[in-house]
Write a protein that binds this ligand. Structure first.
Ligand SMILES: Cc1cc2nc3c(=O)[nH]c(=O)nc-3n(C[C@H](O)[C@H](O)[C@H](O)COP(=O)(O)O)c2cc1C
Length: 189
């Protein structure tokens, strides 16, 4: 079974040890390493340092997976060109935006990709929501999915009022109704 490792740059800027640690992981048999170019203390602040990913790629022979601040197909191209990494990991850029993966495939195959319309976003959010209910059960999913639904709704015109309702609603049926009604209102525009 392949074993992969995921690390940050270090604990803080004074103790950047990702290269040393990555070498140790390679020597210990890791099959690939993901590097998020931030320190632990940085959490999500500032920008991800792609230089550390580049440096690790230059010094190791196992596949290196670049991570941090990749939010579009263009960013994927940039991080690969800049660091020469073998693969890319996307975190926040995929929240409420699973479409990013097919967009990346289209971009690398054809040089272009389609923007996603609001209706498709809501219909996908509904599918995601129903799956979460099946997997986790109503009481967990209703709470856990609030953040995800907010990500799907981000940037969609007139979605503020339904966001407020979703963030307090405890009945999954009611949430589904709110989202379905909203999707219908989008088709009428
Ligand atoms: C909701 C969420 C959950 C995450 N969970 C984990 C986790 O369990 N383990 C981990 O190593 N990183 C986790 N991360 C961090 C991401 O894998 C990634 O390193 C970080 O978000 C930076 O990438 P990004 O700029 O593409 O978001 C999580 C990130 C998010 C947004």
């Amino acid at each position: 079974m392949p074993i992969t490792v995921k690390i940050r740059k270090g604990i803080n800027e004074k103790s950047v040890n990702a290269l040393e640690f990555a070498k140790l992981m390679q020597d210990s048999g890791a099959d690939a390493i993901t590097i998020h170019g931030r320190t632990a203390n940085q959490y999500y602040s500032g920008t991800a340092d792609w230089d550390i990913i580049k440096e690790i790629k230059e010094n190791l022979s196992i596949p290196i997976i670049g991570n941090g601040d990749v939010k579009s197909p263009e960013d994927v191209q940039k991080i690969i060109e800049y660091t020469n990494c073998d693969a890319v990991l996307i975190g926040r850029g995929s929240q409420g935006n699973p479409f990013i993966f097919s967009q990346i495939n289209d971009f690398f195959k054809n040089g272009v990709y389609d923007e996603i319309d609001d209706y498709t976003r809501i219909v996908t959010a509904l599918k995601h929501y129903k799956k979460a209910i099946d997997i986790f059960g109503e009481s967990t999913a209703v709470r856990e999915m609030r953040k995800q639904l907010n990500c799907y709704l981000k940037g969609i015109k007139n979605s503020c009022s339904i966001k407020n309702a979703i963030n307090t609603e405890l009945s999954y049926k009611k949430v589904i109704e709110i989202l379905s009604d909203f999707s219908k209102s989008l088709t009428l525009n």
